[in-house]
Design a protein around this ligand. Structure first.
Ligand code: MN
Length: 415
């Protein structure tokens, strides 16, 4: 069956998350055609490349690429021009609606519209910016010691991850095999991870890079960052626990990191901006964000095999993405188009606001009870995890981010 055009304004989109206030960008393809940039309108993807060519827009060619990178690299002036154009073209009372209908394809219908990894990931950094998450893990892994390490309230802790294994939502995740040292054992052994976990996170995507040696101050955040996506940082806790001292996460994380198929532009999130929570003590000058609050009131939801197991609140993150960017570049490290900065696991104070299973089950000691009568300490083969989110939009609307979905596949044989 071939992909047939559909009327995007007739689609259900029951929550209204993908009206013209959102303008989530992705990369799609229909059979027989190359992947190109599309913008989501309700339950359809609109071929904005074809529309932009039709309208003779100077940056139309960048939308023919199979990734968002060429368009993102153009920078804020082009992003604003494109936004103004899209708001008119996709409005509920658009004058040229028939033309849009002819270039719209339904998502989730019988026709095979494929969504691809929306951007070529340049460098991938994962932070650790939820105080509650850091304290929960600290008290589990370092009992008897302070829950937070002494540096935690002074800088946004992070590590460089593996950009080549970032995959789009829907890609199956194979249970990794690796070295573990079971509790009480003297010697490690090689086996499939028995403590496979998720981390529900929010990522920002860099559009405009920087020059080696330059810094990107907190106030220049929106000059560089194009938009926001959802991230699931799959984590093998048993591999991680054995390998992470002293250099940090490695194979326990690098087997797969999933991102949503949509990048929601920063410009759609004006109504979602909030100040970060009160700081324990004044931060260093380069991290002072009092004039540039980039907290975002994003509401996440984590579902395991269809059951909601957590609703992590992103607004409570101690460090904002703007501070993370300023910290990442304070030493002169440069940015590239397509850099992905993930927030770290989003966990709130509530027991039902934790963004990982290791916290929700308290290191596996308090398994979750699922509606089908089964329990989970960590993920089992065949389990499906879906992280979704929304944020406040203009005039009481909501802005969507889509979802990041993955099903766990059985491990390959042990080598
Ligand atoms: Mn993480």
């Amino acid at each position: 069956m071939s992909a047939e055009p559909a009327d995007p304004w007739d689609a259900t989109d029951a929550d209204g998350l993908f009206g013209p206030q959102t303008l989530a960008h992705g990369v799609f393809s229909i059979p027989g055609q190359l992947p190109r940039v599309g913008v989501r309108l309700h339950d359809a993807v609109v071929d904005v490349h074809a529309l932009a060519v039709d309208d003779g827009l100077p940056w139309a060619d960048t939308l023919a690429a199979p990734v968002l990178n060429p368009f993102m690299a153009l920078g804020p002036e082009a992003w604003a021009e494109e936004r103004e154009w899209l708001v008119g073209v996709l409005a509920d009372d658009a004058v040229d609606a028939d033309r849009v209908r002819e270039l719209s394809y339904p998502l989730g219908g019988p026709a095979p519209v494929a969504l691809h990894l929306p951007f070529q990931v340049a460098d991938y950094v994962d932070f650790y910016s939820s105080r509650e998450h850091a304290a929960n893990l600290g008290s589990m892994f370092r009992p008897g010691q302070p829950a937070l390490t002494p540096n935690w309230t002074h800088l946004p802790i992070g590590y460089h991850g593996r950009s080549g294994t970032v995959v789009v939502s829907g890609t199956p995740v194979r249970r990794p095999v690796g070295q573990v040292r079971p509790p009480g054992a003297v010697a490690p052994l090689v086996r499939p991870s028995a403590r496979l976990d998720i981390e529900a996170e929010v990522g920002v995507v860099v559009g405009v890079g920087s020059t080696l040696g330059d810094r990107v101050p907190v106030g220049a955040f929106a000059d560089h960052v194009f938009g926001v996506c959802l991230v699931d940082d799959w984590s093998a806790r048993d591999l991680q626990a054995w390998e992470y001292v002293p250099l940090g996460p490695f194979l326990g994380k690098s087997f797969a990191t999933s991102v949503s198929a949509w990048v929601t532009p920063l410009s759609s999130l004006t109504a979602a901006r909030v100040p970060a929570p009160p700081r324990e003590h004044p931060v260093q000058g380069y991290l002072d964000d009092s004039a540039h609050p980039w907290g975002l009131d994003v509401h996440l939801e984590v579902r395991l095999n269809g059951a909601v197991v957590s609703r992590p609140p992103f607004a409570g993150m101690y460090w904002t993405a703007a501070q993370q960017l300023a910290h990442l570049t304070v030493n002169g490290a440069s940015l590239r188009t397509g850099d992905l900065l993930a927030s770290g696991t989003v966990s709130g104070a509530g027991a039902d606001e934790r963004g990982s299973l290791i916290e929700l089950t308290w290191n596996g000691e308090q398994p979750l009870e699922l509606p089908d009568g089964t329990t989970r300490a960590f993920l089992e083969d065949g389990d499906e995890v879906v992280v979704s989110a929304w944020a406040p939009g203009p005039d009481g609307s909501r802005v969507g981010f889509g979802e990041v979905r993955g099903v766990v596949e059985p491990a390959r044989p042990v080598p």
